[in-house]
Write a protein that binds this ligand. Structure first.
Ligand code: B12
Length: 214
């Protein structure tokens, strides 16, 4: 079967909320083409979500259905983890630890979870500390994990303010800790970041290409 057809197949099963079939086809694809994990992530997961909001805006998709679909995709991401470990073991280790999190109120977590795997695949030791993380909890995590840098994800643009609170709080307590931020919620006016020398906007390609070594 052509790869385009295979992707279409999974997307249709996703629309039908058929988790069993999605997992069956996805794991088969992973077994057959594990070396292509990044392409599989892109076409089966990242790109599959991109037009959901159109269905949503046309009232063809309700929030609970988005929950069902995104939960299926989350399962597919977790199914990929053995493959992530296998590919990461062939990569030169960077001996650097990244702590990944999303700020308070940010409920979207698929992006951050995928970012965690991209860091692993690029030779970093990555710890995904979860979504909706208040500043105090993140500070606890930093003290315990002692990461070399932070990667924060924000999807909802209204939650950008919570990223700013985290940047403020972390920069005050850990002035030398580099903070990378990414996600859909960052598009637009980011002048407020100019005062923070330790903060940089990052995207997925940068993790794979330059990494966090600049
Ligand atoms: C799935 C989804 C949900 C799921 C989330 C499930 C989950 N566990 O994550 C559920 C149903 C829970 C949900 C809830 C809501 N959602 Co929603 N959701 C989406 C949807 C359809 C997909 C988001 C997603 O997972 N994308 C896939 C991932 C892989 O992509 P990503 O998050 O962009 O991450 C990638 C990059 O941005 C980057 N990246 C991300 N973070 C970082 C960090 C670093 C350091 C780096 C390097 C890279 C990076 O890498 C990732 C991989 O490519 C989008 C629409 C869309 N097409 O994006 C709306 C969307 C994000 N949601 C939206 C809204 C408004 C909401 C709600 C407020 C709706 C409501 N009324 O209840 C709530 C609550 C949100 C909250 N408080 O946080 C809006 C946001 C609007 C805006 N301008 O901010 C969107 C854009 C829909 C829309 N068009 O209106 N949502």
């Amino acid at each position: 079967m052509e790869s385009k057809e295979k992707v279409e197949n999974i997307r249709n099963y996703l629309k039908e909320e058929n988790k069993e079939k999605c997992v069956e086809l996805y794991t088969k694809e992973l077994n057959d083409n594990s070396e292509n994990l990044l392409e599989i992530y892109k076409s089966y997961i990242i790109d599959s979500i991109s037009n959901w909001h159109e269905e949503f805006e046309e009232n063809r998709l309700s929030i609970w259905q988005e929950h069902v679909r995104s939960s299926i995709l989350r399962t597919l991401v977790e199914c990929s983890y053995p493959c992530v470990i296998k590919l990461a073991s062939k990569k030169e280790k960077k001996n650097k630890k990244v702590l990944i999190a999303s700020p308070a109120e940010e409920k979207h977590d698929l992006g951050a979870r995928i970012v965690s795997d991209y860091f692993e695949l690029s030779g970093y030791n990555s710890i995904y500390a979860g979504n909706t993380l208040p500043l105090d909890t993140l500070i606890e995590a930093i003290k315990y994990e002692k990461p070399d840098f932070l990667a924060l994800s924000v999807t909802t643009k209204y939650n950008f303010i919570f990223i700013m609170k985290i940047i403020d709080g972390i920069s005050e307590r850990f002035p030398d800790l580099k903070i990378y931020i990414g996600g859909q919620g960052i598009k637009g006016d980011v002048d407020c970041l100019k005062n923070f020398k330790n903060v940089e906007i990052m995207d997925l390609n940068q993790i794979l290409n330059e990494g966090a070594d600049k």
